[in-house]
Design a protein around this ligand. Structure first.
Ligand code: P61
Length: 949
């Protein structure tokens, strides 16, 4: 469980105005919701993305075709043709990594699976109910309850919460009696989910308690949108049913949300935890139903829970007929495990707070666009009143369905419909249901824009005609009245991430006092912090990417035998995407650097580079070589806006070669998107000339290709000739100018581990392979597992997807823009993988001897739990000859953005914290080093504050 302590984030002195300005100019992300967020002290998702599922944009013509084939019923559309899917949040959310881990420990025994007992314990602990029987899903549970509890000809009093439950009650022979509160759709009342207890009393009075089989109430659903019931209302319902010995069946699928609203809106509960209120509600029930697809982030499953031993026996007797044995109820062992974990997550307040925040954000946006939204906001979605929206001009026949169809056809956004057909609802509502933990603020903004667009253009929709009158809403077919109206193509300002979360990993927050202690214990070195003590981890983009579901599928297909076919996949990917003839796998980037340096450098030789990188230089020096910097001067000026600060200064390069002699140059090493210069790219025109200089003189040009795809994107963005060229083509051309590369597979290639050398020369390939077999593994694995090679290979293809890489770089630029607009000194222009704070300008009062960047990184952690990396005098190390610090021109703190892991909301939090620190900069002092290791000192050096600080 996450210990929540978000309240500890203290941004009191932050300049809100600057952020708002930045926000406006970018026109995106969740800033508009900030006021709501800060009320709750939540600013971003309480999790990071762990597995992502790429989403595809769908062409106009394809959508129209799909809609026609689906008979204009959005519920019949194939999901692959939907771009942002807000049809339902039932079973469609992202499981946590712990739930996914649970899938791996499924006990698939027919009887007495250990996962069942875990589920039983979770039910007891979270709901406080003793007995549990799992079922395959909510309908399974409703069917059993109906079968056992309904006496034919009797009444079931229900708040009409679940269409499938109603169906089962009727089939079991019950008269269904509506006890939902009779509130107006737009009535401003906090608990429109309240049950009409008096109406139930009247029924009991009229027909006698024996004629009422049970009362059934589903929390936070119903014909008015997903509104909660007050605890007082539920208690009086309980009193009434208890007095008359009528069983109370509560569907607790939204009990946690209901509990949240009780605490927020009902007097006397403000100091309670959601978990305790949930237990209280659950204990009002004689029978509880829980649809785990709604309640606990599961993709399948439900359960029936009770304290009534007799009823439990009855369920056990019947579950074997319709579902499966009582210890699995039609579920895999693994799914019971995921549900058990999910039950604890259901009452996690960080999750709840964020889910509701996102809904509120959507609601506010839609209200801002003038759409008639049902208020107050409910638990599972935002509801739009279509009759109020279309008014007289709208179609008479199925207007909500017609609007949903139009919305999909024109924007690719799918939403649900609540109407007569769905749940007997008297209204025509678009139910915009946001799958939990799956979509981000940007997706929500995109959907809001789409809804605004559809609303504006929908006046001329003529409606849908049912051609399957008796059909269930899922199967209903329609024909269109007239044709889809003419419309101007939809254009959205917001570009959402081109993926949705499939698994998330909770991130914890902690108090400032805690962080002060933690950084002290870590010797003021962010490398020495424990990751579990970090809130947003921007230490590095290395090995920290969220892999896609396709990459994970590759993990499952790892062949760990010698001669694994996964090597072939990797080899094919490198050959196809980067164009090198031979591929030598290595366990990560520095291993490739080791092999390359040892194979190509003779003692006393030189290696010109476009700025140094720590490990690269270390290996050059260990092989007896010397690195010579040939990057353009602008790279070292953080204020220069040169678009290609990674370029080589051709004069410097020629001069080194002339001065040292061609045969004293081991090779020229060029990095795309130069790491130590804050991610600055080189241009094609520059690299072409570098290549010519090298090749005219018979010198090898080797890339450190670690961030080559991002460089290719920046070329597309900044080099006019390439605006319309795909990243794939640019990259191929870029790589063609070189003779080989080392690659850390942990960055652009989206691997968590791995690397390789690509080389065109057969002779060198053989030389490298001999080294690989000494240091790494075989030439067919380089010390990697089969599964990692497969995942890496798939990542190599994914990195050249224009949508993905564009979104990746845009996120980095977004953070940069927030800071620039707030006048925080950063390196410009912002590169593709990190935003670098310029510590010299940020803390001008701290001399470089006192490690200003090191201290700034430490203070950022203390301020908000954001971890960054020093890239200044500590990283530069000492001059071996003089023993003095190397004093680099750039004294930076690198905020490195992992790929596909954090959202724009996380970026907002980071920006806010940096601004806060900038405001207090005068209070920050320097550090002194108290431990220094001999090599790559930044990893483990220790510091303490200078006296007086
Ligand atoms: C990073 F503090 N980079 O940026 P390996 N070349 C380049 C890299 O960026 C790189 C490697 C080679 C890291 C991890 C790291 O001083 C540090 O797969 C341009 O990590 O072995 C790695 O690739 C090495 C962080 C490395 C550091 C060295 O965060």
């Amino acid at each position: 469980m996450i210990k929540h302590d978000l309240h500890e984030l203290d941004f009191s002195s932050c300049e809100h105005e600057n952020l708002s300005k930045a926000k406006e100019s970018l026109g995106s992300s969740c800033w508009s919701a900030m006021s709501t967020l800060s009320q709750d002290n939540v600013l971003a998702e309480p999790y990071k993305l762990k597995i992502v599922q790429p989403t595809q944009r769908v062409a106009d013509a394809v959508r129209r075709q799909a809609l026609k084939r689906a008979f204009y019923n959005v519920y019949l559309l194939p999901s692959e043709h939907v771009y942002v899917d807000l049809l339902t949040e039932t079973g469609t959310g992202a499981m946590s990594d712990r739930q996914w881990a649970g899938l791996m420990i499924g006990d698939e025994a027919y009887a007495g699976s250990k996962n069942f007992f875990r589920l039983q314990r979770a039910t007891q602990e979270v709901l406080g109910l003793e007995f549990v029987v799992p079922t395959h899903n909510g309908r399974g549970a409703e069917h059993l309850v109906a079968n056992i509890k309904v006496k034919a000809g009797n009444y079931v009093a229900t708040n009409w919460g679940s269409p499938s439950a109603i169906e089962h009650f009727k089939r079991a022979g019950a008269e269904v009696y509506d006890i939902s509160g009779s509130y107006e759709l737009h009535e401003n009342f906090d608990f429109k989910g309240n049950v009409d207890v008096e109406r139930l009393e009247a029924l009991i009075h009229e027909v006698g308690p024996d004629r009422v089989s049970f009362a059934h109430v589903k929390l936070c659903v119903g014909p008015l949108g997903s509104h909660p019931a007050s605890l007082a209302n539920l208690k009086s319902l309980r009193d009434l049913t208890g007095r008359h010995h009528i069983p109370l069946v509560l569907d607790l699928s939204y009990a946690a949300e209901n509990a949240w609203f009780v605490r927020e809106r009902e007097q006397g509960h403000s100091n309670k935890t959601v978990a305790s209120i949930v237990k209280k509600i659950a204990n009002l029930a004689d029978v509880a139903i829980l649809n785990c697809r709604e309640a606990c982030y599961a993709n399948v499953g439900a359960l029936i829970a009770t304290n009534d031993a007799t009823f439990h026996q009855e369920v056990r007797a019947l579950v074997v007929v319709f579902e499966g044995l009582f210890t699995y109820g039609g579920l895999n062992g693994r799914d019971m495990e995921a549900i058990a974990v999910g039950l604890y997550e259901m009452v996690d307040e960080n999750n709840l707070r964020w889910n509701l925040t996102l809904l509120r954000k959507l609601s506010k946006l839609l209200q801002g666009y003038g759409l008639p939204v049902v208020l107050p906001e409910g638990a599972n979605g935002v509801y739009v009143d279509v009759k109020a929206l279309l008014g007289e001009a709208g179609p008479n026949d199925h207007p909500a369905r017609a609007l949903a169809a139009f919305l999909y056809a024109t924007t690719g956004v799918r939403v649900g419909v609540h109407d007569q057909l769905f749940n007997g609802c008297q209204h025509e509502l678009l139910a915009v249901l946001v799958p939990k933990r799956c979509y981000t603020a940007l997706h929500v903004e995109y959907a809001a824009e789409a809804l605004r667009y559809a609303a504006k253009n929908a006046k001329s929709i003529r409606g849908l005609r049912s051609i399957s009158p008796q059909a269930h809403f899922l199967d209903a077919r329609f024909s269109i009245v007239g044709t889809l109206p003419r419309y101007v193509r939809f254009y959205a300002e917001t570009v959402p991430e081109p993926y949705r979360a499939k698994a998330v990993e909770p991130i914890a927050t902690n108090s400032r006092e805690f962080r002060e202690k933690a950084i002290k214990e870590a010797g003021y070195n962010t490398f020495l912090l424990r990751s579990e003590d970090v809130y947003i981890d921007l230490l590095t983009d290395s090995g920290t990417s969220a892999m896609s579901d396709y990459q994970w599928a590759g993990v499952m297909q790892g062949d760990e035998r010698v001669g694994s076919p996964n090597f072939k996949t990797l080899q094919d990917a490198v050959q196809e995407v980067l164009g090198y003839r031979y591929v030598v796998p290595t366990h990560q980037g520095r291993a490739g650097e080791h092999i390359l340096s040892q194979s190509l450098i003779r003692k006393g030789q030189f290696v010109p580079m476009n700025m140094y990188f720590t490990t690269t230089r270390e290996h050059i020096e260990m092989a007896g070589g010397t690195y010579v910097d040939v990057i353009i001067d602008e790279a070292k000026n953080p204020e220069s806006r040169h678009p290609f600060k990674g370029n080589v200064d051709l004069k410097k390069l020629r001069r080194v070669i002339e001065e040292k002699g061609e045969d004293q140059i081991a090779y020229v090493s060029i990095a795309p998107e130069v790491n130590m210069a804050a991610g600055q790219p080189f241009s094609i025109s520059n690299i072409k000339q570098v290549s010519k200089i090298c090749h005219d003189r018979g010198i090898l040009l080797i890339y450190d290709a670690t961030r080559c795809a991002e460089n290719a994107w920046l070329i597309k963005d900044r080099e006019p000739r390439y605006h319309n060229t795909s990243v794939k083509e640019i990259l191929k051309e870029m790589m063609s100018y070189s003779d080989g590369c080392t690659m850390s597979g942990k960055k652009d290639c989206l691997g968590n581990i791995g690397g390789f050398i690509g080389i065109n020369s057969r002779r060198l390939y053989e030389r490298f392979c001999r080294m690989v077999s000494i240091y790494e593994g075989t030439r067919y694995d380089g010390g990697m597992s089969g599964r990692d090679m497969e995942a890496l290979a798939r990542g190599v293809y994914e990195m050249i997807d224009d949508e993905y890489i564009g979104s990746r770089v845009r996120q980095v630029q977004y953070l940069g823009k927030l800071l620039l607009d707030a006048k925080v000194p950063i390196v410009e222009p912002v590169g593709g993988f990190a935003v670098c704070l310029d510590a010299k300008r940020f803390l001008p009062h701290i001399p470089q001897d006192e490690f200003p960047a090191q201290m700034l990184a430490a203070q950022l952690y203390v301020n908000s739990g954001v971890r960054s990396m020093e890239r200044g005098v500590v990283s530069a190390g000492r001059d071996h000859k003089t023993g003095r610090h190397k004093y680099p021109q750039l004294e930076l703190v690198r905020l490195t953005i992992p790929r596909r892991v954090y959202t724009s909301s996380h970026m907002d939090v980071v920006a806010r914290s940096v601004m806060d620190l900038h405001n207090q900069r005068a209070t920050i002092g320097g550090l002194k080093m108290i431990y220094e290791p001999p090599q790559l000192r930044f990893f483990s050096a220790r510091f303490e504050p200078m006296e007086g600080h």
